[in-house]
Design a binder for this molecule. Structure first.
Ligand SMILES: *[C@@H]1O[C@H](CO)[C@@H](O)[C@H](O)[C@H]1NC(C)=O
Ligand SMILES: *[C@@H]1O[C@H](CO)[C@@H](O)[C@H](O)[C@H]1NC(C)=O
Length: 402
């Protein structure tokens, strides 16, 4: 009996090692595997083959993704916006290599990358809300990242395609770094699945011995990520500062939460408890749309999932809060440190939410210090506070009222 147990442990360990050895530091396959179905010429214009084998940890029993689509079918696009060009951006030429010569791109300015989630393109409203609110605050390069034909697909296919999106994006970002952009000056912002594109970008850049400055993950997608290997999901190591805004962190099965339940960054802000948002009551009977397994999720159309996300609007509130925080500098969104996350997570529900009105650093008798409070927005990464934070908002714009 003991012998059998020991043998299966050894088998499990060597199986895992074998799978790990198949991938190099970039999560790319070693050369002998870079052939056949797994090998792509990125964008149809990249001189070097890259390889994306659909093996562990990318594909597991709990993450049954199909292989990624061909880059030519994913249609990754980058559009640059600057203060001189807020309304009509300039589409960046990616092939045969990134060309920013005739554009307003300045390598010495902060550079934001804004990435959508399931079912988006370069016209998606919230990308432009984020872009506009950034340019109200900073003289920056803001690059909207889209992958439209790769994102209007079934959930697990889009999940798989994110690897390709990130590889195409990372190639462009490396070229910007070669032009003098400092990785620390890069701030990648992604909603839902887009947060994991930012994470993959961060991992690829990290493996070149620098880290990007900031990732802001607006309710990063949970299904097929949160419980999986660090290589396939957003983690606190993917940038110098990884900020996670939690607005819909309930288990996906059976509660239909779309976002991370647990902390995933260096600064995690749980808004109104992080599970559901106050004005986001489902308007239909939730049981009608209940998804009970990964297999059921795999068969759902992108349209029905987007409908669910819209109905359950808490997921999208992460974007609304962030944009509002950037637009309304007079109304600070002050988040208070959570000392005991387990107790916090167990206690939170909509009934016991109370407005916090004594949280400003400058206020006398404030219980807030720079170490134990954070502020949502562009300041978040600059403040010294790290850890888990609780942010209470009102249900209506501008949400925060300090
Ligand atoms: C943006 O493009 C539209 C359509 O071409 C044009 O009508 C508009 O004037 C442009 N806006 C700016 C600020 O250039
Ligand atoms: C948006 O993407 C489409 C293709 O998906 C492209 O034709 C269009 O030029 C892009 N828009 C801008 C402003 O670059």
């Amino acid at each position: 009996m003991h012998l059998i147990v020991v043998t299966s442990i050894i088998l499990a360990v060597s199986y895992a090692e074998e799978n790990v050895e198949q991938l190099d530091d970039n999560g790319l396959a070693t050369s002998d595997q870079c052939k056949g179905d797994n090998a792509f010429v990125l964008d149809g214009c990249y001189p070097k083959l890259e390889c994306f084998p659909n093996v562990s940890p990318w594909k597991t029993l709990t993450r049954p993704v199909p292989k990624p689509d061909d880059p030519s079918e994913i249609d990754v696009g980058l559009v640059l916006y600057t203060l001189r060009n807020i309304e009509n951006g300039t589409e960046l030429i990616l092939c045969p290599q990134l060309n920013v010569e005739e554009t307003d791109f300045s390598p010495t300015k902060p550079t934001f990358l804004v990435v959508h989630g399931l079912g988006g393109n370069n016209l998606t409203g919230y990308l432009h809300e984020i872009k506009d609110s950034l340019l109200q605050n900073v003289d920056a390069n803001v690059i909207v990242v889209s992958y439209s034909s790769g994102s209007f697909l079934k959930y697990l296919q889009v999940v798989s395609n994110l690897r390709i999106v990130a590889a195409v994006l990372a190639r462009a970002v490396k070229q910007l770094i070669d032009l003098g952009l400092r990785p620390k000056n890069i701030h990648a912002i992604g909603h839902s699945l887009g947060a994991h594109v930012c994470a993959y970008l961060g991992k690829i850049i990290s493996s070149d011995n620098h880290k990007i400055g900031v990732i802001t993950a607006l309710d990063p997608a949970q299904p097929a990520f949160e419980a999986e290997d660090a290589a396939v999901k957003l983690t606190e190591n993917d940038a110098d500062t990884v900020i996670v805004i939690h607005t819909n962190g309930k288990p996906f099965f059976p509660f239909l939460g779309f976002g991370y339940v647990n902390p995933g960054g260096t600064i995690d802000i749980f808004v109104n408890g992080g599970k559901n948002q106050p004005d986001c009551k489902p308007s239909i009977n939730p049981s009608e749309k209940r998804v009970t397994s990964m297999a059921a999720l795999a068969t759902m159309s992108v349209g029905s999932l987007i409908d669910m996300a819209a109905i359950g609007c808490s997921h999208g509130k992460s974007v609304k809060y962030y944009v509002s925080a950037l637009e309304n500098k007079d109304y600070l969104c002050v988040a208070r440190k959570i000392s005991d996350f387990k107790t916090f997570a167990n206690k939170v529900n909509l009934q016991n939410l109370a407005r916090i009105d004594d949280q400003i650093f400058s206020r006398e008798n404030s219980i807030c210090t720079k170490e134990d409070c954070s502020i949502l927005g562009l300041l978040t990464s600059e403040l010294p506070a790290r850890g888990n934070f609780d942010l209470k908002t009102q249900s209506e714009y501008p949400y925060c009222s300090e």
